[in-house]
Design a protein around this ligand. Structure first.
Ligand SMILES: Nc1ncnc2c1ncn2[C@@H]1O[C@H](COP(=O)(O)OP(=O)(O)OP(=O)(O)O)[C@@H](O)[C@H]1O
Ligand SMILES: [Mg+2]
Length: 258
């Protein structure tokens, strides 16, 4: 069966003042595809993810979700349409951050039920049931009533992944989900991510962990100075590297043992 395109970015530009961070980025994600973005620090990877779910406003370009336009140059000044489109998008695209970003004043289960009840207007009982389910899937069924401060980094990140899953998102964005963790905790988070990768869920992952990128991706994008410089399957990226820039980058990065 032909897979449909869930997310499409065309010619995205983004600057902070004089600094051009994204210089015409295209990206197309099909349903169930796992796309990994690699590239050196400052190349624009986090900015790109933040533009996808509109935590950052793009300067120009187009974003389509399931064939519907979310933002383009024509409607970017029509604030009402943009706001509706963005709200709609955020119901279906969840993000997991490097620093977990759990709400510290809420317990684990409160963190996980918050968006389904407030954003999706789900009944409390249903949200609780779903929260228990996703927390069990990430191995935190015994931590429901703990506050984030009482959890290890790996547990906090797994709670953050459960929070994202509780929205039943069509796409999950991960921004370096393992790089704030000690190696032994990294392992447990990688295991959860790999399991999700097998569930036919569309994921876009930024990571410095080339072993993880190699293991789980269908497609890899290499970003350098705000542009996608090279793209292809893991085999193409790692074994048939074309550009000197990517060759240099691959010489500097680690292949961890997770
Ligand atoms: N809110 C902001 N205001 C001004 N400059 C910013 C802002 N966010 C990012 N930048 C700049 O944009 C550039 C790209 O940053 P970005 O965080 O996207 O890089 P990255 O590829 O994710 O890097 P890393 O691998 O270190 O996380 C950097 O030069 C950064 O300093
Ligand atoms: Mg980043």
């Amino acid at each position: 069966m032909e897979q449909s395109t869930t997310l499409e970015l065309r010619n995205i530009h983004k600057s902070y003042g004089e600094l051009k961070v994204l210089k015409g980025v295209d990206l197309s994600a099909k349903t169930g595809q796992i796309i990994t973005i690699i590239g050196s620090s400052g190349s624009g990877k986090s900015t790109l993810l933040r533009c996808i779910n509109q935590l950052e406003k793009i300067d120009s370009g187009e974003i389509y979700f399931n064939g519907n336009v979310i933002v383009n140059d024509e409607i970017s000044n029509k604030s009402k349409i943009i706001k509706e489109n963005i709200n709609d998008l955020r119901k279906r695209v969840s993000m997991v951050f490097q620093q977990f970003n759990l709400w510290s004043h809420m317990t684990v289960i409160q963190n996980v039920t918050e968006a389904p009840t407030s954003v999706l207007k789900m009944r409390r009982s249903e949200a609780l049931e779903r929260a228990r389910d996703v927390l069990t899937r990430v191995g935190l069924e015994d931590k429901l009533n703990e506050y984030p401060a009482n959890l290890s980094g790996g547990q906090q990140q797994r709670a953050a992944i459960a929070r994202a899953l509780a929205m039943s998102p069509e796409i999950i964005l991960f921004d370096e989900p393992t790089s704030a963790l000690d190696p032994e905790l990294e392992h447990e988070v990688v295991r959860v991510i790999k399991r999700l990768a097998n569930e036919n869920r569309t994921m876009i992952l930024v990571t410095h962990d080339m072993k993880l990128a190699k293991d789980i991706s269908n497609y890899i994008l290499f970003m350098d100075e705000g542009k996608i410089v090279e793209k292809g399957s893991p085999d193409v990226i790692f074994n048939n590297t074309k550009t000197d820039r990517l060759k240099k980058f691959l010489e500097t990065v680690s292949f961890s043992n997770t």
